[in-house]
Design a protein around this ligand. Sequence first.
Ligand code: SDX
Length: 440
Amino acid sequence: MDQESITIIDNRTDAQYHIPLFKGCVRAADLRQIKVQTEDFGMMTYDPAFMNTASCQSSITYIDGEKGILRYRGYPIEELAQNCTFLEVAYLILNGELPNSAELQEWIDRVKHHTMIHETTKKFLEGFRYDAHPMGMVISTVAALSTVYPECRDVTDRETRRKEITRLIAKMPTICAYAYRHHFGLPYIYPDNDLSFTENFMNMMWKMVEPKYVANKTLARALDILFILHADHEQNCSTNTMRAVGSSLADPYVSVAAAAAALSGPLHGGANEEVLRMLDEIGTKDNIPAFIKHVKDGKGKLMGFGHRVYKNYDPRARIIKWTADQVFKVTGRNAKLEIAIELERIALEDEYFVKRKLYPNVDFYSGIIYQAMGFRPDLFTVLFSIPRVVGWLAQWEEMLEDHEQKIARPRQIYTGHDERHFVPMDKRGTGQPAQAVAQA
Ligand code: SDX
């Protein structure tokens, strides 16, 4: 008997099935042979929210939730955050290897070549109310870009894909900055290709009347590290969305827009904005015990805590906490940080959180840094989307090149009515069961 297999005994029929394992997993399709009647559809798995289902094979990101490990293409996130720039890591995630100096410079030049957006796209942005949430603006504008580059629909052509991937990575900061400037009625700042990826984003965000924007190097580096930390995270909700939408061969712009829409939810990328709202609601350290009780009574969540995969400290949160110290040396300490640190200290000692393995995740401290750097809370998820577009696109391309993948179309367990028949209007609401009408 092949040791890489399991044997299932169906107690309904006493039949035995020897199921080969695939990399330690059961292929769900192999369960279809388990039937009671020959004409049965066969056995499925039932797994709401994919709590225990691998939807793909991927070589991009590795996470070990119990050990708090995160690696991009095998490199520990701690080493990448310490030694690389964001664009260098973006190259690694997209191509599988760290670039040499010539490859990196060519990649940087290519991205810089695509940072501008079509002038008509600015008019599209003008259509939003001044107080439109920037995430809604970004999602809509990214989708609209598919009309600016109609050739993007040829997703099976690698050269076309790579050009659109570069365009999206290059244009996300521009769109995000313009969404911010629109809110304040400020003129849009054109990209300055003398600056690094992150410094140029800060330039488009904050340049006023000075002839040339000069970024604070410490803050620019901190933002670069934050972008590295947010670049990919295997099959999270928004990446799963990117793969599902992309599996229908939809173009990369509408697929990224769908992924960004998923990211905007408060349980996912919207959590960093919710953390700030929570810290504002707590107000002072003295109020922390009452808030913890509120959470333990099931009346709310400790935003920025918990994770589907990490049942240990999110390694990104640890790096972000270190980065916060660097930022606050420039901006001055933030009262919210003190509340957050005290909140974390209490939560990590409290049985309710310990039993549920709830630790700070990537969103717990990131919002505090962003606010200290001058970003408004409604921009935090937008800031998450800028680097995460790299992960979405790398995972999208991996899906398209995976011969096992096809259009995503899960099954269901039907729990609705058996067949029933049309009820004429004058018979409805009589409480008379429909089938009686059919016989009438
Ligand atoms: C991101 O998937 C990714 O990789 C995502 C991400 C990425 O890089 O792409 O890492 C980014 O989305 C980080 C997560 C940001 N979200 C938040 O911080 C929101 C608060 N966290 C929770 O909503 C929650 O922890 C999730 C959504 C992150 C995870 O939810 P799960 O895995 O479905 O866990 P669960 O809801 O089943 O919770 C298990 C238990 C429950 O208690 P019981 O019903 O067993 O009594 O833990 C409780 C939950 O009520 N719980 C929390 C809690 N998170 C879970 N209780 C209080 N506060 C929390 N934050």
